[in-house]
Design a protein around this ligand. Structure first.
Ligand code: NDP
Length: 250
């Protein structure tokens, strides 16, 4: 049987760890050609070597998703590839959470730059080509924090609410171009994400509780499986949103 994603080119941002890396493994196993992006080049190279050894077609596009010009340049290179990009997994994100009273303005800006602007730059890099070809699929990774808020996560939740709002608007606009849009909303997943918390007390609280070693939260592969489901449905099916929580999360 032909692998389900044979002949599809998938661009994954934030592919150097966590959900992005797990998704790369899952989609490569299903025959997809991958373009992998993140800032940590050595991580991308190690993942590429692992997947190439299994016969996968991998291209690297290291980039900071918050760099508008660099993202536009990646977009031009991707548009020049035969057939362009079929599927975007818009996953890069950061979570330096803290109470608003602590006024960590640089971190607020970083979250807005990466989680909102970065998501928009990636969409802009591939969406015009998809619209022209009348086919494509954009999968944005927001969060359960796109629906609910948590103390200390005001700005993070704000960025993820924005991603969900952008996803739903894009979905409505993209119908006429035959482009599908999916918003994936993970609950707590065991990844390096809490390492991005600069506020020491909050980082410790997060890492000692929900994200503690051995805590029965989601694994990156659980989200990769949800993404795989969304991108392997028949062309007339649009999986608009997927909310996935670990059983222990309220
Ligand atoms: P990780 O920290 O493991 O992965 C984050 C990825 O984003 C890394 O590959 C990182 O690569 C990349 N990244 C961060 N900043 C930038 C940047 N400026 N430019 C390019 N790439 C960047 O965490 P997760 O896998 O958990 O996170 C993936 C997504 O899932 C995020 O959007 C996150 O908000 C979301 N999410 C995660 C949850 C969780 O509990 N883990 C829950 C809900 C949503 P590099 O540092 O090499 O650039």
């Amino acid at each position: 049987m032909t692998p389900l994603l044979q002949g599809k080119r998938v661009w994954i941002t934030g592919a150097s760890s966590g959900i992005g890396a797990a998704t790369a493994r899952t989609l490569a196993a299903a025959g997809a050609s991958l373009v992998l992006s993140a800032r940590r080049v050595e991580r991308l190279e190690a993942l590429a070597a692992e997947l190439q050894a299994q016969g996968a077609d991998i291209q690297l596009e290291p980039v900071d998703v918050s760099d508008r010009n660099a993202m536009a340049a990646v977009g031009e290179r991707l548009a020049a590839l035969p057939g362009g990009v079929d599927i975007l997994i818009n996953n890069a994100g950061t979570m330096p959470i803290s109470p608003i009273i602590s006024g960590r303005v640089d971190e607020w800006e970083r979250m807005i730059d990466v989680n909102i602007k970065g998501v928009l730059y990636a969409i802009h890099a591939v969406y015009p080509g998809m619209a022209e070809r009348k086919s494509g699929h954009i999968v944005n990774i927001s969060s359960v924090a796109s629906r609910v808020t948590f103390q200390s996560a005001g700005v993070y939740a704000g960025t993820k609410h924005a991603v969900r709002a952008i996803s739903d608007t894009l979905r409505k606009e993209a119908i006429r171009f035959g482009v599908r849009v999916t918003d994936v909303q993970p609950g707590s997943v065991a990844t390096e994400l809490p390492d991005s918390i600069g506020h020491e007390k909050i980082r410790k609280a997060v890492k000692d509780n929900m994200y503690a070693e051995g805590s029965p939260i989601l694994q990156p592969e659980d989200i990769a499986a949800a993404i795989f489901y969304a991108v392997t449905q028949p062309a007339h099916v649009d999986v608009s949103e997927l909310l996935i929580r670990p059983l222990i999360q309220e």
